[in-house]
Structure formats: structure tokens, C-alpha cells
Write a protein that binds this ligand. Sequence first.
Ligand code: SF4
Ligand code: SF4
Length: 177
Amino acid sequence: MQNLTHRSKDVDRRPLSLWEKMYIPSVAKGMSITFGHMFKKVPTIRYPEETRPFSPVFRGLHVLNRDEEGRERCTACGLCAVACPAEAITMEAAERKAGEENLYREEKYAARYEINMLRCIFCGLCEEACPKDAIYLSETFAPSNYARKGFIYGKEDLLIPDPKTQASDLAAAKGQE
Ligand code: SF4
Ligand code: SF4
């Protein structure tokens, strides 16, 4: 029969010698490969005790930013949600009431803000679309979870600690403690 490709090989069907029947050359060859690997540099790291440095352009978990006075920057304009190719962002806007100027920077704020990390592809378009410097992608990643619900991040998960009242939490979040 004609071969379909030039890669086929004729099978050697000659009977095995006594030496070959003992499989000693094959076992020795296999062991040499195994021992050879024992002295190579192991590429595996012992996470979470060890971590690899992130690339300078790494885009990780989202963070909702505050201004220097601790007020939420997000004005619930929806540009991030429109820019998101994965439709991972949902929000509900609310009007700022009198006396809430110390909480929200703009007259409108996000009463609810959610990102579905299972949908997110960490492209960073939400960060680029935001006119208020309110959202950015940090250098951490979403930890594993047993439930899908655990990957829906709400405002309480995304907002950075208040620099005025939670200064130590903020420093810890930035890895400065
Ligand atoms: S990083 Fe990309 S996919 Fe993820 S929420 Fe932002 S725009 Fe959507
Ligand atoms: S994070 Fe930025 S783009 Fe998204 S709703 Fe808030 S202000 Fe608008």
C-alpha cells in the first residue's frame, strides 16, 4: 500500500536478543533520563509561599479609587461598563445627598458597583475609559473560590481603604507594611 506521507517508518520485526529481552538497555536509558532531570533547575515554584515577580504590564484585580480626602471617585457614568468587551461590569447610580460631600466626590455616585471576575478578561479597557481615575487594575489577582458567587466583586471588595481613617489598611494593601 502506498504511504500517505513520507514520515512513516517500517517496523523492525526481527526477534529480540537475550540482552533486549531483559530490557536492561531500555531501563538504563529511562533511568538516565529520570536522574538527568533530578539535577536540572526546577521550574515549579512552591506557591503560595513563593511567588513570581509580575511583569511590569501585569493587569490584575480591579480597585476602585478614592481621592486624597478619602471620597469615592466613581461618578457612575457607566463608561467603563460600555467599554468592557466582556460585559462584566454592572452598576446602579445614585444622587449624592446634602451632607455626603465627604463620601462622594461627584454629585452622582455608584450605589452598587459589581465586576464579574469570571467574565473579565483583564484587558484594562475599563481603566482606560474612566474619566475620573476611579478604577484601575492592581498587581494582585482574584483568589480562588469554591462558588461562582465568590467571583462577583462588589463595591465593598473593590474600594481601596480610606487613606484618612484606614491609613494602615491602605499601606498594607499597597504592600508597604
Ligand atoms: S478589565 Fe476588561 S474585561 Fe475586565 S472589567 Fe475591565 S474592561 Fe471588562
Ligand atoms: S469607574 Fe470610572 S468609568 Fe466607571 S462608572 Fe465610575 S467614573 Fe465612570
